[in-house]
Design a protein around this ligand. Structure first.
Ligand SMILES: C[S@@+](CC[C@H](N)C(=O)[O-])C[C@H]1O[C@@H](n2cnc3c(N)ncnc32)[C@H](O)[C@@H]1O
Length: 283
């Protein structure tokens, strides 16, 4: 088995999960989707933008270049570790990005404070996504715009079907469930209904198709594990278990293996909407 240099004995951890998320998952996966979401949001010079559940801040960083120094960007997340990595990664951003720790269902902002709200791959993790959408609408200006993305169900992400099944077999049922959790079984209509119930107008939900690449199956498994709450469990598992896990994933992903490693399709819903102007007058 190849040793890829970032780890010594087995999969010992040399970094926190937020650092691993920024290093391993942002470049191949979340950054390209952030560019698409920012383009969809139509954020432009001078806009005031909120990135809800910003994680390590890739959407906030990308949108900052669109709004320029006459605009402003705030990134909000519930996780302090994610925000610490976000602040470091955006140290040179112009305009500077403001980072706030808070729950998406209770945004610490006045009504009508933002022109654009973005939310990439996070609604599915909220206890009450409807309440979060109501809050997003509340903080938008009249005719302010929402751009939010949520992965399509697991079956549209073949590499993650395989990884979740293998984790369940070799590590435990909860490990499989954890790897499935980013991919809710939401239909397109579920997201549309959530946005409409949240008070938004002009709701549009599109299906966007992309892909993700890793240099090898072992790196796919190791990087995903390191960036997740599974990090400690995987690092603590014995070598034989990890080898069997990687071998199982490699066998199942044979048809997605090529000379550059592995590649897998990924599909996302992208929801755009506007805050209803009438609604602003009523509140
Ligand atoms: C898959 S990450 C996406 C992060 C980021 N939007 C990106 O594209 O990289 C999901 C994020 O949602 C955040 N999160 C989960 N529940 C939250 C809540 N109730 N309020 C705010 N953030 C939350 C997590 O801390 C995590 O950073």
């Amino acid at each position: 088995m190849n040793d890829h240099g970032n780890h010594s004995a087995g999969w010992q951890l040399t970094q926190s999960a937020p650092e691993a998320y920024e290093q391993y998952l942002i470049p191949p996966m979340f950054a390209p989707w952030a560019d698409r979401l920012v383009e969809t949001s139509a954020a432009h010079e001078g806009d005031r933008v909120l990135d809800v559940a910003c994680g390590t801040g890739i959407v906030a960083r990308r949108v900052a270049t669109e709004v320029g120094t006459s605009g402003s960007v705030v990134g909000l997340d519930i996780n302090e570790g994610m925000l610490a990595v976000a602040a470091e990664a955006a140290a040179d951003s112009q305009p500077p990005i403001e980072w706030r720790q808070a729950d998406a269902t209770d945004l610490p902002f006045a009504d009508a404070r933002f022109d654009v709200v973005c939310c990439q791959q996070a609604l599915q993790f909220f206890d009450d996504p409807g309440a979060a959408l109501e809050e997003m609408r509340r903080v938008l200006t009249p005719s302010g715009r929402l751009a939010a993305s949520v992965w399509r169900p697991l079956e549209y992400h073949p590499a993650y079907v395989v990884l979740a099944d293998a984790l369940e077999r070799h590590i435990g049922e909860d490990a499989g469930a954890m790897m499935r959790s980013p991919f809710p079984s939401w239909e397109q209509a579920d997201l549309r209904t959530l946005a409409l119930d949240g008070g938004f107008d002009d709701v549009s939900v599109t299906i966007e198709i992309g892909s993700v690449r890793y240099p090898s199956v072992e790196e796919f498994v190791r990087r995903e594990a390191a960036s997740s709450p599974l990090a400690d469990r995987l690092a603590a598992s014995d070598r034989e278990t990890r080898d069997e896990l990687v071998q199982d994933v490699a066998t199942a992903l044979d048809t997605y293996t090529d000379d550059d490693g592995i590649v897998s399709p990924m599909e996302s819903y992208v929801c755009t909407a506007e805050r209803s102007v009438d609604d602003v007058h009523e509140t």
